[in-house]
Design a protein around this ligand. Structure first.
Ligand code: PMP
Length: 445
């Protein structure tokens, strides 16, 4: 470990200027750099040699744990075989194999997958699929999109337009028009509720109100994260997603589930659609699709959507004018296939369902700490929210994230909420280790 740590420590002190870090306060970071130099299994190591347990599956993507040899070998073999070939008017076998494999774990009838490179690209691609579909059906006037307060749908212009987070939008006005936001589903009455709250399904009536107010025939789609992830694990109240589905069906509106965090076993089922028994029309995914190794995202559409768009084009015409140089990159596809093999072989989605009870018991044991304002959780995902410091949201969270890191726990914060979402390979002892560090740290606030 020290062999690695030393040169990187030198690097850190000399070369922290050039990289403009994403979602990071630069001055703050340079004053106290935290560099990860190694990762393996459930752990990360920092440049000082510290060992840190990964409480958030890195960024909710490393679901099978770090350093999986099977993925590394598949990527290496693919690089040797075909490092890159274009997809426009050409193909390679890996993308067909991966889409077929994904279809097997997606609900019916999702047999068509469009590949992208990130969650943000998946969202912008989904927006375009929605528009192409309505246009192909002669309903091109459907251009209004419905999102939600506290929604996070990535950072590209489409995703920022759908965002329900003021911080993500305030500096970027002039994004796509005609987006309206339903209320979020957090309710102080449901503080410390575990799993789906019993009350709150009526919040779905916001969609009905928009139909009444704007005319249902102007609304193209509703985008929701089944469990709002980046804003602190907001679990949908019982009946809420079902009611959204009903209103969409009654009004020709498409329902899009953003499964970038909830996909690939996080909730104890392949996707949230199966966990909650509600099937959307379009699903976006990314992150754990390659276990975090190679950037990749995807959009899955119901067969009818794919067929409508495809059949609308005259023969030989391109039916969907969209794609990226790196859509379905052969190396990403190889990583994706190896990742799905691990999920299947190790039964990680079922494992998540089995471990969830223990995980949530441990997390909810933090409830008695005075600094803890709320806990929400479902599957292998929980939000532990601290009271804000001096009424200033986010200050305490920012400090806590650093403090926890130096004490040996990596956990992603949003505002004052720690989002705990360990790799699905975690043992009970790993859960205990995470919760112990959280308890020690939160108890002295
Ligand atoms: N949608 C959701 C629900 C997300 O949680 C995220 C990332 N946290 C994104 C989209 C954006 O994904 P990416 O960072 O890969 O662009």
């Amino acid at each position: 470990m020290n062999m690695l740590a030393e040169p990187l420590q030198k690097f850190a002190t000399n070369s922290l200027e050039s990289h403009w870090l994403p979602f990071t306060a630069s001055r703050d970071f340079k004053a106290e750099p935290r560099l990860v130099v190694k990762s393996e299994g459930m752990y990360l190591w920092d440049h000082k040699g510290g060992k840190i347990i990964d409480g958030s599956s890195a960024l909710f993507n490393v679901a099978a744990g770090h350093g999986r040899k099977e993925i590394i070998e598949a990527v290496h073999a693919q690089m040797l075989q075909n490092d890159y070939s274009p997809h426009f008017q050409l193909g390679h076998p890996g993308s067909f194999a991966l889409s077929a494999k994904l279809s097997q774990i997606l609900p019916e009838p999702f047999n068509h997958i469009f590949f992208v490179n990130s969650g943000s690209e998946a969202i912008d691609t989904a927006l375009k699929i929605v528009m192409a579909y309505h246009r192909a059906r002669g309903e091109g006037q459907r251009l209004r999109f419905v999102s939600r307060e506290r929604a996070y749908h990535g950072v590209n212009i489409g995703g920022v337009s759908l965002s329900g987070l003021m911080k993500n939008r305030e500096a970027f006005p002039g994004v796509i028009p005609n987006v309206v936001a339903m209320r979020h589903t957090w309710d102080s009455e449901n503080t410390f509720v575990r799993g789906q709250p019993e009350t709150g399904a009526e919040l779905a009536e916001d969609l009905q109100r928009f139909c009444d107010m704007y005319g249902a025939s102007t609304i193209a789609a509703v985008f929701v994260e089944p469990v709002a992830g980046s804003t602190g694990t907001l679990v949908p109240p019982k009946g809420y997603l079902e009611r959204l589905r009903e209103i969409c069906d009654e009004n020709g509106i498409l329902l899009v589930f953003d499964e970038v965090i909830t996909g690939f076993g996080r909730l104890g089922a392949p996707f949230a659609a199966q966990a909650f028994g509600v099937t959307p029309d379009i699903m976006t995914m990314a992150k754990a699709i390659t276990n975090g190794t190679i950037p990749m995202g995807a959009v899955a559409a119901r067969d009818e959507i794919y067929e409508t768009i495809t059949n609308s084009a005259p023969e030989n015409a391109i039916e969907f004018f969209h794609g990226y140089t790196y859509s379905a990159h052969p190396v990403a596809c190889a990583a994706g296939l190896a990742t799905l093999d691990i999920y299947e072989r190790e039964g990680l989605f079922d494992r998540a369902a089995d471990l969830s009870g223990y995980f949530l018991d441990a997390i909810y044991s933090l409830k008695d700490i005075p600094a803890v304002r709320d806990i929400r959780g479902y599957g292998m995902m929980a939000g532990v929210e601290a009271w804000p410091e001096d009424g200033k949201p986010g200050v305490r969270g920012n400090r806590l994230q650093k403090e926890l890191f130096w004490k040996g726990l990596h956990v992603k914060f949003t505002g004052d909420t720690a989002i705990v979402a360990p790799p699905l390979i975690a043992e009970k002892s790993h859960v205990d280790e995470m919760v112990d560090i959280l308890r020690q740290t939160l108890s002295v606030l």
